[in-house]
Write a protein that binds this ligand. Structure first.
Ligand code: APR
Length: 177
């Protein structure tokens, strides 16, 4: 049975099998957590992203790809692309759930048993944090319920106390904790 943990911190310092990055479709890097991961992990991560872009054009929204973790204390980085938030009626919820699900499947399929997620889409991409947390925590709990032996731990690493409090509230509501 996998456990879900919620912590506040900088995801680049996490010691896990897989660190998930909130990337863009072109995998070209950016600000936010993407910039932090490339800075801390070094150039090998971008070199691997370049190869994925050259061979298959990048990563579509709602999907995920895997690279080396470079200098990070992890075995891999899973780059997923969340949706840009428009008005909530443009399929954003399905795409965000898909980003989490595909990342979890990629971890499972590669024997990566501990996975750290940032709060995907809630920075530059503007997804309201309450709605995003609902989808993030709900999708992870559903995956753990369906596949209890696939992973050991999923950790959400939230960058602020406010974000952590939102995720904790959602977790308590959804898990009945
Ligand atoms: N560790 C954990 N969380 C972080 C870190 C970090 N080091 N740095 C930022 N965050 C948080 C932000 O505070 C936000 O809550 O990650 C969350 C996601 O924000 P973004 O990184 O802006 O990601 P997103 O909204 O999905 O936008 C993706 O931004 O950086 C570009 O290339 C990226 O184009 C893509 C877009």
């Amino acid at each position: 049975m996998a456990i879900l943990r919620l912590v506040r911190g900088d995801i680049t310092g996490e010691k896990v099998d897989a660190i998930v990055n909130a990337a863009n479709q072109a995998l070209v890097g950016g600000g936010g957590v993407d910039g932090a991961i490339h800075r801390a992990g070094g150039p090998d991560i971008m070199a691997a992203c370049d190869r994925i872009r050259d061979s298959r054009g990048g990563c579509v929204t709602g999907s995920a790809v895997m690279t080396t973790a470079g200098k990070l204390d992890a075995r891999a980085v899973i780059h997923t692309v969340g949706p840009r938030y428009r008005d909530g009626d443009a399929g954003e919820a399905e795409l965000l759930a898909s980003a989490y699900r595909r990342s979890l499947e990629l971890a499972r399929d590669n024997g990566l048993r501990t996975v750290a997620f940032p709060s995907i889409s809630t920075g530059v991409y503007g997804y309201p944090i309450e709605e995003a947390a609902d989808i993030a925590v709900g999708t992870v709990l559903e995956f753990m319920d369906m596949e209890p032996d696939a992973l050991d731990e999923v950790r959400f690493v939230l960058f602020s106390d406010d974000d952590l409090a939102v995720y904790q509230g959602v977790y308590e509501r959804l898990s009945g904790a």
